[in-house]
Design a protein around this ligand. Structure first.
Ligand code: PGA
Length: 245
């Protein structure tokens, strides 16, 4: 694991964007899973700025949606696909044909999950998964308890995730109760995982994820076994990590 602790959120965003830009420069058609949520937004803005400045070609990336609320179409203001489109796909000029979605409003969500896994396989696996950290240790919507072999699937959101997502949409009542998520198995098989965590509210769960027991109760703890993991945390999120010397 490579752990980068930054003084603040802006530097976290710059370091994360630089890592993504390096990957894209070396493999312009890389297959990436991208989180929404608040934490990666600064990084995506920085990457868009790098693209503007340097002419980095981001348009060939193959993007896989990480998760979606069940039952919401792409035009619903709470659609996580819509959020990804505004924050990443449009600024990076990625055509829809390069995107594998998890359409939350499809009539057969189980078939959607199976097709998603087939698309990951057809892409030759995922080069980079960009993940945030849930307050309950979830990755995507792999809610605890989550086994490392869990496939992409429909899942009931936990109270903690409903509470945490309420801040995006103006209240708990606005948060759907079920979601589709890329499975733990897909995320853990990624050739590289970038986990970003910011703020003191992530300090306890980041410590448990990186330095606690590996357990289904903290899905992110399985990242300790990932083939290649980079964690970028700002000082507040890293405050409870034990230092080894
Ligand atoms: P956040 O969400 O980046 O908005 O904190 C992370 C998550 O809940 O997975």
């Amino acid at each position: 694991m490579k752990l980068i602790i930054t003084p603040d959120y802006d530097e976290l965003s710059r370091r994360g964007a630089a890592l993504m830009a390096d990957l894209i420069a070396s493999k312009p058609d890389a297959a990436v899973i991208l989180a929404t949520g608040e934490t990666p937004m600064g990084m995506y803005r920085e990457l868009a700025a790098i693209r503007q400045r340097s002419g980095l070609d981001t348009s060939r990336l193959r993007v896989f949606q990480l998760d979606a609320y069940l039952g919401l179409g792409p035009d619903d203001p709470r659609s996580l696909y819509g959020w990804m489109k505004r924050s990443f796909l449009d600024p990076m000029q990625i055509p829809d044909t390069n995107v594998v979605r998890l359409p939350g409003d499809a009539p057969d969500p189980r078939a959607v999950c199976a097709a998603y896994e087939q698309a990951v396989e057809a892409a030759g696996g995922i080069d980079l998964s960009v993940l945030g950290l849930g307050p309950n240790g979830h990755l995507g919507f792999n809610e605890p308890p989550a086994e490392p072999r869990s496939p992409s699937r429909v899942i009931d959101l936990t109270e903690e995730s409903i509470e945490s997502n309420a801040r995006y949409w103006g209240g708990r009542d606005r948060v759907p109760r079920q979601a589709l998520t890329a499975g733990m198995s897909v995320l853990l098989a990624s050739r590289h995982v970038l986990l970003v965590a910011s703020g003191e509210r992530k300090a306890g769960i980041l410590q448990r994820a990186l330095q606690g027991p590996v357990t289904p109760q903290v899905p992110a703890s399985y990242l300790q076994q990932a083939p290649r993991l980079t964690v970028i945390a700002d000082q507040d999120a890293a405050a409870l990590l034990r230092r080894y010397s």
